[in-house]
Design a protein around this ligand. Structure first.
Ligand code: SF4
Length: 404
C-alpha cells in the first residue's frame, strides 16, 4: 500500500468516526465540521445528518409556515453591495409605508391564514426606536393573533443609534410594544473578511451576535441565517457556524438555523460565484451535525429551488419554511421561485415526510397525517415583487403583486 493510499484510508476512518459521533448526538469541533464539509462523501454525510433529524423528530414530521414579509421602507443608508432592494435616501425610487398600508397588508395575510409577519426594511436615517414602537404597537393592537417575528440586529443597532439609547433599552421597548421574536436577518457572513467585502458599512459579525445575545438574555428568541455564495471560503462558512454555536451555548436562544444562497441580480457584486446546490446541501448536512444545540433546520426553497429544498429534507432538514405570501428583498435580486400551500405540502409528503403547519415557536398547528387532512385553500400562494414596484406597491392588493 502506498503512503497516499494509507493517508486516504486513515482519512476515511477519521471521517467515519466523526460522522458516527455526530449522528449519535455527540459534539464535533469546527475543524471536524470543516473536514466533513470539504471531504466527507455526500451520501454518508446526508445519512448522518438525517439520523440526527430522525432522533429529534421520530414521527417524521416536517413543518411549514404561512407568513408574509412586509417591508416598511426600502430607504437605507447602509448600501450593502449584495442588496438589490434598497434605495439611498432621496433616491426617486425610495418609498416608505405608513401604518395604514402595513395594517392593510397584515389584514390580507390574516385572511389567508398567516400566523406571522416579518416586518423588515432598510436603515432609514430617521427611524429610531419610537418608529418601531409605533409600528409594532399598531400591528399587535389590530392583530393580536399575528406573531411579530421581525427585524434583525442591524435594525436594532440602527434604531438604538438614531434614538441615542442602549441596545438593551431598544430591545426592551420594542418587545414591550409587541415584538415577539427577532428574525435572523442580516447575518450574511459573520466572519470579518467576507463581511467587509460585501457589506462594508454594516455592523460586524461580533456586534450582530452581541445584539442577539442581549435579546436572548431579555427573553426574546430568534433565528439565525447565513447567506452563502459571495466568495467566502469553506473555512469561513464553518467559522460562521462556530460563531453562532458559541452564543447558543450560552443563551439557547436560537430556535432555528436557515442558510440560503446569494442571488446575483441587480446589485454591485456582479461576477461573484454563487453557491452550487451541492455546496448548499453539504452545508445543510454539516449544520445539522454541528448544531446539536439548535433545534430546527430550515431549507430555503426560495433561493435554491423547490427540488433542492426537497432533497434537503433527506439531509437533516425538518422545516421547509414559509409559503411567503409576499417577499420583495431576495426576489429583487433574482429569486423567482414561487409556491403554494398544496405544492409545499406535496413536496414534504412525496419526500416521505409528514407535513404539518407550525407557528413561529414551532408549535404544530395542524399535522396532515394523511392527504385527507390536507388544507385546500388555493388562495395561499407566493406573491413576489421581483422589482422595486413604484411606491413599493402601496394600495395594491396582494394578488396583483406578481413575479412578472
Ligand atoms: S441588506 Fe438591509 S441593510 Fe443592507 S442595503 Fe439592503 S436593506 Fe440596507
Amino acid at each position: 500500500m502506498s503512503p497516499s493510499t494509507l493517508g486516504t484510508v486513515t482519512e476515511t476512518r477519521v471521517i467515519s468516526e466523526i460522522l458516527q459521533r455526530a449522528a449519535d448526538g455527540g459534539r464535533i469541533t469546527p475543524e471536524e465540521a470543516l473536514l466533513l464539509y470539504t471531504d466527507a462523501p455526500l451520501h454518508p454525510l446526508g445519512e448522518a445528518a438525517d439520523a440526527v433529524r430522525r432522533r429529534r423528530y421520530p414521527d417524521n414530521v416536517v413543518t411549514y409556515l404561512i407568513d408574509r414579509n412586509i417591508n416598511y421602507t426600502n430607504v437605507c443608508v447602509t448600501a450593502c453591495k449584495f442588496c438589490a432592494f434598497y434605495r439611498a435616501p432621496k433616491h426617486a425610487e425610495g418609498w416608505t409605508h405608513g401604518t395604514d398600508e402595513i395594517l392593510r397588508r397584515c389584514a390580507e395575510a390574516v385572511e389567508l391564514g398567516a400566523t406571522q409577519v416579518m416586518l423588515q426594511g432598510g436603515h432609514h436615517p430617521e427611524y429610531g426606536v419610537e418608529y418601531y414602537e409605533t409600528m409594532f404597537g399598531a400591528v399587535k393592537a389590530a392583530f393580536p393573533q399575528l406573531a411579530i417575528h421581525s427585524i434583525g440586529p442591524s435594525e436594532i443597532l440602527h434604531m438604538a443609534k438614531v434614538s441615542g439609547v442602549s441596545i438593551e433599552e431598544a430591545i426592551r421597548r420594542i418587545k414591550a410594544a409587541g415584538l415577539d421574536s427577532i428574525a435572523g436577518a442580516g447575518a450574511e457572513m459573520l466572519p470579518d473578511r467576507p463581511r467587509k467585502a460585501i457589506a462594508p458599512l454594516k455592523e460586524s459579525g461580533a456586534r450582530w451576535l452581541e445584539v442577539m445575545e442581549v435579546a436572548h438574555t431579555l427573553g426574546v428568541e430568534s433565528t439565525a441565517t447565513m447567506m452563502m455564495g459571495t466568495g467566502e471560503t469553506a473555512a469561513e462558512r464553518i467559522e460562521h457556524l462556530r460563531m453562532i454555536r458559541d452564543v447558543q451555548d450560552r443563551t439557547k436562544g436560537f430556535r432555528a438555523f436557515i442558510p440560503w444562497t446569494y442571488q446575483a441580480e441587480n446589485n454591485h457584486l456582479k461576477g461573484r460565484t454563487q453557491a452550487t446546490s451541492l455546496e448548499y446541501l453539504r452545508l445543510i448536512a454539516v449544520a445539522r451535525l454541528f448544531f446539536e444545540t439548535v433545534p430546527h433546520l430550515q431549507a430555503s426553497w426560495l433561493t435554491t429551488g423547490k427540488d433542492v429544498g426537497q432533497v434537503a429534507l433527506h439531509m437533516g432538514v425538518d422545516d421547509l419554511g414559509s409559503i411567503m405570501l409576499e417577499e420583495n428583498v431576495i426576489s429583487s435580486a433574482g429569486a423567482r421561485h414561487r409556491s403554494n400551500l398544496h405544492e409545499l405540502i406535496e413536496l414534504i409528503r412525496t419526500a416521505d415526510r409528514i407535513p404539518a403547519q407550525r407557528d413561529t415557536l414551532y408549535n404544530r398547528l395542524a399535522v396532515h397525517w394523511t392527504p385527507e387532512d390536507d388544507p385546500t385553500d388555493e388562495r395561499v400562494v407566493s406573491h413576489f415583487s421581483s422589482i422595486a414596484l413604484p411606491g413599493g406597491g402601496a394600495g395594491r392588493s396582494l394578488p396583483l403583486i406578481d413575479a412578472k
